[in-house]
Design a protein around this ligand. Structure first.
Ligand code: PSV
Ligand code: MN
Length: 402
């Protein structure tokens, strides 16, 4: 790739931000109130518009329903469009109602399973009204004790639910199936890893693809390997980017895991350039989404960091000398091949990115510009400080604040 091609690819890069990353959020122990944190979906869109204005590569926002429920989704869509945004993935929420204590679509109770499927189907309607392409599915379903429930029955319930929702999707829409090894269930999770998600996707149909959330793996798992496999199978649908140290920490992507992020983008760039049609089109349609619930960090600045860290990782991945890499790999040159990759990772891309940003009409240093602006003071003044809370996770808190 010559430098003009690298710059063109960087201009085309897109990262979707999550509405829930702009609100107050915390841990099981405490939610600290951040002055000016968005209180409603409208304010979340205002913040997302600021991130887009400063970066130029974050023009869509994922919604979580019912956290972001509104009377008129057409109005929400227009509000977004007036701010140069579009509505991204719709995330149904089947983990907060009391009835879901033993699971949603895998509950042992048929009426509960039907309620959950009903909500998923309602979210397909929300997709139609907001112009969203992707239904992003994550289930908190699982069990806490051996013997608690019939694991094969739960698998069959999950399959049946996914199939019904899949078949209700309009043309051109997709469902992204997210897995997570544990939490909130601690003994068994119904969608426990990428293989389980992949098997369900294959069984339910072409519109089903796997979503990889970086936080949802055990220590040491090679995520770029999973990414390469799913790209080659044509079943990688999207990402939830974040960084983790221990569990699903939801830290800013690229802070603790910059090399992992780079290695993932390296696989994606290779797939974008592949001569295999399926791999290439799969890579071109990947939904790049952030999934972070900021705990102690200021929300808008945290989101800016996240988007820019993805931009930096992508730039470095674009700079990999692919011919040299192929040559070294074909010769079995272990460290020669590694060196090609490491060289790209070590490249300082800050001035390249500053140039690209200026060409795109956004600030060369979006964080510095944001810090020098009065946006944070303005929203703090207008919105005040929404109640934080004690010992309650973000997700329940956001709902309680509605
Ligand atoms: C679950 O931990 C998760 O990663 C899912 O994507 C949810 O939709 C999201 O976090 C927000 O709760
Ligand atoms: Mn996620």
């Amino acid at each position: 790739m010559n430098i003009d091609q690298v710059k063109a690819a960087l201009r085309e890069q897109r990262i979707e931000t999550p509405s829930w990353g702009y609100g107050n959020s915390g841990t099981r122990f405490k939610t600290f109130a951040a002055p000016g944190a968005a209180r409603t979906v409208w304010e979340k869109l205002d913040d997302a518009a600021e991130v887009q204005r400063l970066t130029g590569i974050a023009p869509s926002v994922a919604l979580h329903i019912p956290w972001d429920e509104v009377e008129d989704y057409g109005e929400l869509r227009r509000y977004a469009e007036e701010r140069s945004l579009s509505i991204g993935a719709i995330n149904p929420n089947v983990f907060q109602e009391d009835v879901y204590k033993l699971g949603s679509v895998t509950s042992p109770f048929e009426e509960v399973r039907e309620q959950a499927i009903g909500h998923l189907l309602d979210c397909v309607e929300v997709m139609k009204q907001t112009g969203s392409r992707d239904l992003s599915l994550w289930f908190a379903d699982g069990t806490n004790y051996p013997g608690q429930d019939d694991l094969r029955a739960r698998k069959r319930h999950l399959r049946a639910a996914l199939k019904r929702v899949h078949d209700a999707l309009p043309d051109g829409a997709r469902m992204l199936v997210e897995y997570k090894l544990f939490e909130p269930a601690f003994y068994y999770t119904d969608l426990f890893d990428w293989g389980a998600a992949y098997a369900h996707c294959l069984a339910v149909g072409e519109k089903a693809q796997v979503l990889v959330d970086l936080g949802h793996h055990a220590q040491g798992v090679n995520i770029e390997g999973i990414v390469a496999f799913l790209l080659d199978e044509g079943r990688l649908g999207g990402f939830h980017f974040n960084a983790r140290r221990y569990a699903d920490d939801d830290l800013i992507v690229g802070t603790t895991n910059p090399f992992e992020l780079f290695a993932i983008y390296a696989e994606l760039v290779a797939a974008e350039q592949s001569s295999d049609d399926l791999t290439r089109t799969t890579a071109q349609n990947v939904a790049y989404m952030i999934d972070q619930s900021h705990n102690i960090e200021p929300k808008v600045e945290a989101m800016l960091y996240s988007v820019l860290n993805c931009q930096e990782a992508y730039a470095k991945a674009l700079l990999i000398d692919r011919d040299l890499l192929r040559e070294a790999q074909a010769a079995g040159d272990v460290l020669g091949a590694h060196r090609v990759l490491a060289d790209a990772f070590r490249t300082d891309v800050r001035s390249l990115l500053a140039e690209v940003r200026e060409e795109m009409g956004v600030p060369a240093d979006p964080i510095a510009t944001y810090r020098a602006s009065s946006y944070q003071q303005k929203v703090a003044q207008e919105r005040g400080t929404a109640a934080g809370g004690g010992g309650y996770p973000v997700k329940e808190k956001v709902l309680a604040d509605k």
